[in-house]
Design a protein around this ligand. Structure first.
Ligand code: SF4
Length: 419
């Protein structure tokens, strides 16, 4: 198929495909799906081998957000019965982070719901970053706190942050239909502030909110333009109690095509399967590892993912390896660019600038929280309960509400986290 050969060649050269080529990937048929995955896999292996990076979300502050992101379970007016709590103390956050690191995660993503941090919040998170770095040697830390004001990115970097996550979520054309309390331009500005401060910029999208193929291509081209080091791809979890609760329009095949399009348009960046992985990809998750080189281990911000051990088993069974703390995630040209930008690059030492460079978590308050029902933090959702023998065969586009589980363990609770 000439399209795929062309896209592979361009991906190996980091050459931008045309919009028509990107749209054509989304329009491929189910019969061509394995060819699409195989082609994207060649580009993935060129830049990231067979490594899978594990990232771990810590929800520092849950719910109670004044913003109205319509996909988010933490939004103003949300009726979703999620955990609601204010700031975790540095030692509580560090304890939660340690569970993820023990489970194999090399990056901890600190997320707080809200429009954006006050200077006092930045100071508080700075202390949390220092505590986590002190207790987890070599760990990378990403912050995701919402819209940044001048100087805040620099202070987070001075406190040891390696990356900052703030998703664009969807195309500029449709942004106002998703959120009215802040703008697409606000988001772009925050990603640029993170970049300018020498933090590794992490910015991604949410698919499944009723957008068109053109919207998806628009937002991914915008992420390439912003030169994000990592792109979390969230698949909307239609959370009961949010305006998008009825928006079930994804299939595992559609999710794989979207991931492939992102890989071809952003060949050398960390493509992360973020929120909705378990709910929408289901038994096709291992196939998606051929395209994406990064996932979240454990639970999401307000919803539960599959067991951490199940993720590790899946990675091994699919013939991939968990990326070690000492391995540089980003390709050399990106790692060098980050080091040149003065980023501490994850491991706090300029020398290893490359190892830590991309961002995190997608998800969570601050609009980065794409995962929660697309909101804040991928709502993983439990493994599907076995369907009773008598139930009719499911269809790929069926609303799998049975897989959406509100988080009831880990940060903000007395129960051990999933890691
Ligand atoms: S995505 Fe972030 S800013 Fe938007 S409602 Fe959720 S927590 Fe608030």
């Amino acid at each position: 198929m000439d399209l795929l050969n062309t896209l592979v060649e361009k991906g190996l050269r980091r050459e931008l495909p045309t919009r028509e080529e990107a749209l054509a990937v989304l329009a491929t048929s189910d019969d061509e799906l394995l060819d699409v995955v195989a082609a994207a896999g060649k580009v993935r292996r060129q830049w990231f081998g067979r490594r899978v990076k594990l990232n771990y979300l810590v929800n520092l502050k849950s719910g109670l957000c004044p913003e109205d992101c319509s996909y988010c379970s933490q939004r103003l007016g949300s009726k979703a019965e999620i955990l609601k709590y204010t700031w975790l103390k540095p030692d509580e956050a560090s304890q939660a982070a340690a569970a993820g690191v023990a489970g194999g995660a090399k990056r901890v993503c600190l997320v707080a719901s809200g429009r954006g941090p006050t200077d006092r919040d930045v100071e508080r998170v700075g202390k949390t970053i220092e505590a986590i770095k002190e207790q987890n040697e070599g760990v990378e830390v990403c912050a995701c706190l919402g819209l940044l004001s001048d100087g805040q990115a620099e202070r987070l970097r001075e406190a040891g942050a390696d990356a900052y996550n703030h998703n664009l979520n969807t195309s500029e054309a449709t942004y106002e239909g998703i959120t009215k309390t802040h703008t697409y331009a606000d988001r772009v500005d925050t990603v640029q502030k993170a970049h300018a401060a020498g933090l590794s910029a992490c910015s991604g999208l949410i698919a499944g909110m009723g957008e068109t193929d053109e919207d998806l291509v628009d937002v991914v081209y915008a992420l390439r333009e912003l030169d994000s080091d990592s792109v979390p791809v969230n698949f909307l979890i239609p959370f009961e109690g949010t305006p998008l609760a009825k928006e079930w329009n994804l299939t595992p095949q559609r999710c794989l095509r979207i991931l492939a399009m992102v890989r071809f348009v952003c060949p050398d960046v960390e493509v992360r399967i973020a929120g909705g992985r378990e709910v929408h990809l289901r038994s096709m998750q291992p196939l998606a590892l051929n395209i994406a080189n990064s996932i979240f281990l454990g639970d999401y911000l307000t919803s539960e993912g599959q067991a951490g051990q199940a993720d590790l088993d899946m990675i091994a069974d699919a013939g991939f390896e968990v990326e070690g703390a000492g391995t540089t995630t980003l390709p050399k040209h990106r790692a060098d660019a980050l080091a040149a930008a003065g980023a501490t690059g994850g491991c706090g030492s300029k020398a290893s600038a490359g190892c830590g460079s991309e961002a995190s978590a997608e998800g969570g308050g601050c609009g980065a929280h794409a995962e929660e029902g697309g909101g804040c933090g991928p709502c993983g959702g439990h493994a599907a309960p076995a369907a009773p023998a008598s139930s009719p065969a499911r269809t790929a586009d069926e609303a799998r509400t049975d897989l959406v589980a509100v988080r009831r363990r880990g940060a903000g609770t007395d129960l051990a986290p999933n890691a």
